[in-house]
Design a protein. Structure first.
Length: 341
């Protein structure tokens, strides 16, 4: 056996218990087992080096020092949050693993189940819907949501003032003398979508502009990163066909799709159409024309998330946080004839 990787059977034999008992211990389902029985299994795991030693120790202490960050897609917005989140977590000797649910509720559910079963220290979740059925056993693991909120559950969250952000983006376009403003939205089941839609509507109402539902497009029913880009593309093509000359794209992926559609149509930004997006990145300034966007405080979100998750693991109470955004005005949100630009 010295030259072979030890098996579950080997652990059971050394501990003098059944394979099912070993499995229950490994999956943290050992609440009905006696303390001595559980200890025998842990000792056998350590003796045989069945798993890395840190895993066996985590079962004993209840702490794995692993934080799982479940994101909904491959939006660079979450990558920027991750950088600062990692930095903050390292101060507390916590490690971050990232997985994507690709906007799939069933996949999200399976990921949460899996990682809670593996005894992770905490979960940072960007939920795919604004409702989440929290199972009883999930309450033993700290869960923090970021970007999107969960309604009806007492989970702490980190978010931004989405309503004000969308209001500011829409108002800027109104100030550029455009009244027919298309709106590109993500999944209708998430909190950011409803909040950003409300901000858009409030800006139009303030300026006595009638809300035209035909100019509002949601991400299609398919799931994942590519589907959002595709939705932005097809919605923008439809808006251009309708003669719309201004667009608010409420996330980075929708913006990418919109830019592709504008380019293929032969239209020129600032001459034929203007646009404001969400989420800043270095390429927004090197794109021609430079892109106006709502900049979200990704570094601050990551830092605060690291602090909050550490406090949650320590058993401390934390309060939800709402941060501010900033409208970065560049070339894409004014027509060339707009004297105020």
């Amino acid at each position: 056996m010295a030259n072979n990787k030890p098996t579950l059977h080997d652990v059971a034999k050394v501990a003098d218990v059944s394979i099912a008992t070993v499995s229950n211990v490994l999956n943290n389902k050992s609440t009905e087992l006696g303390i001595k029985t559980k200890q025998k299994v842990l000792d056998a795991i350590e003796k045989l080096n069945y798993e890395p030693n840190h895993f066996a120790r985590s079962l004993k202490t209840g702490q794995s020092n692993l934080i799982v960050f479940i994101v909904p897609d491959q939006n660079p917005f979450f990558t920027e949050i991750l950088t600062e989140l990692n930095n903050e977590c390292q101060k507390h000797h916590l490690h971050v693993a990232v997985v994507s649910s690709e906007e799939n509720e069933l996949k999200q559910q399976a990921l949460i189940e899996t990682f809670i079963g593996q005894n992770v220290s905490a979960i940072i979740l960007v939920p795919v819907k604004s409702r989440l059925n929290l199972k009883k056993e999930w309450h033993q693991t700290p869960i923090l949501t970021i970007d999107r909120k969960i309604y009806g559950e007492a989970l702490p969250s980190i978010s931004v003032d989405n309503e004000k952000a969308a209001f500011n983006a829409t108002q800027r376009i109104v100030d550029s003398t455009s009244e027919n403003i298309g709106l590109l939205l993500a999944n209708p089941d998430i909190s950011t979508t409803s909040e950003r839609k409300r901000g858009y509507e409030l800006a139009l109402a303030k300026n006595n502009i009638t809300i035209d539902q035909q100019l509002i497009y949601y991400s299609n029913q398919q799931l994942g990163t590519d589907a959002q880009i595709d939705s932005g593309y097809h919605a923008t093509r439809a808006l251009i066909y309708q003669g719309v000359r201004a667009i608010v794209a409420t996330n980075h992926l929708l913006l990418l799709g919109a830019l592709q559609a504008i380019k293929e149509s032969g239209k020129k930004i600032t001459e034929d159409i203007i646009i404001v997006g969400f989420d800043d990145s270095y390429w927004n300034e090197i794109y021609t024309p430079k892109l106006s966007v709502i900049s979200q405080p990704t570094k601050e979100i990551g830092r605060v998330a690291g602090e909050m998750i550490h406090n949650l693991i320590q058993g401390k109470a934390v309060a939800s946080v709402e941060l501010s955004t900033k409208l970065l005005i560049r070339e894409s949100c004014s027509f060339v004839s707009d004297k105020s630009f």
